[in-house]
Design a protein around this ligand. Sequence first.
Ligand code: 5AD
Ligand code: SF4
Length: 436
Amino acid sequence: MKYFINTMGCKLNENDSEKIAGMLVEMGYEEASAPQDANIVVFNTCCIRENAEEKLFGKLGELKNIKAKNNMIICVGGCMSQEQHVVDKIKQSYNFVDVIFGTHNLHKLPEMIEQRIEENKKQIDVWDIDGIVVENLPIKRTSEKNALVTIMYGCNNFCSYCIVPYTRGRERSRKPEDILSEIKKLAADGYKEIMLLGQNVNSYNGGEGYNFANLLRDIDKIEGIDIVRFMSPHPKDFTDDVIDAIAESKSVCKVIHLPLQSGSSNVLKLMNRKYTKEHYLNLVDKIRAKVPDVYFTTDIIVGFPGETEEDFEETLDVVRKVDFEQVFMFIYSVRKGTAAEKMDGHIPEEIKSERFNRLKELADSMTTESIKKYVGTVQKVLVEGESKTNSDVLTGRTRSNRIVNFIGDRSLIGKEIDIEITSEHAWYLKGNVVID
Ligand code: 5AD
Ligand code: SF4
């Protein structure tokens, strides 16, 4: 018997899918390479932006005709199933879906599947209340190199555009000892790189004053873990203590994802982000002063209701000033039930996409330009393999995701080594192995 999981959305969902896979393996299922070969298909959905719904319904439609062939059980979970209108639509138009579960009762999936088989009855169970933190679920990790570790669930911020607080509930942090023992086990299993996950990692609260900075310091002491990444922090909660912990740590990666969303203080206020343009720029300066070799990446939404041309120019101004390594850009998309849905001044689609294109042009040109600053530096490079165009050359990536080509022995593949960057070539860097 086989299973197939279709994961949409963010790393938190990916980590949830690894737990779903772990539970299905424990039930005796094996992974299928395609949905049509599976007896159980699970959709772990995302609803952060609009287009995801059509995608889910399209994929469900595709399975309708092959369902009978494999006696297939179709399950829908994740953020979308926390939305009543999606559950209603599935019940009405996709009646062949067998199990609907929510984000708070993921651990109940095996039970629901068993009941579906035994009673031959559709199972729908979505909890409104905030879930408890369930530890020790089995897990089948997707990557053998880097492991995802969720440290907190939910979000209390209610940014006015965002659906997450409605689908994931209020903030709940895992206990420090549970997180640390998971990471120690990962180190013992040979993992070198971990990514700490949460909707707002720097409001992690481990109890009795134990905060995100404490957690970073304790993780840094774990032997064998060389790279610690985290996402996403909120600029309003980025304390000096966290900056110090990053600066002091050997393992915390000096590439920080710091979501900006907008560069206009007016729009930030409407977004309920609780910081201003100046606060964001000061924070970047403060981090740069304490962590000299730091790089930033960001998320930006264009076309938020009420965004004027001047507001948009402020966003471009921040992008110019900060010099991001990478900008993840999103066109504002209305989410049912959020505060922004009811705001005045929704922006016409053509203006949104015109602004998106202007931002993209600027961000792309900045990225090309900022590659120059690598020349002369020594970078930690994870060696991926031989270059596609020349087998004498090895290729790898910096911690900030830039491609580096260099001459080296094939035995270096899979290792992270120091490379001195000697030149830049628009989209990649060249360098030499540092021999110590
Ligand atoms: N419309 C567009 N982008 C959004 N994001 C969150 N909600 C919306 C929305 N309604 C973006 C934010 C967030 C990223 C994960 O998705 O930039 O940081
Ligand atoms: Fe959404 Fe804001 Fe919470 Fe991030 S911090 S999940 S954008 S509400």
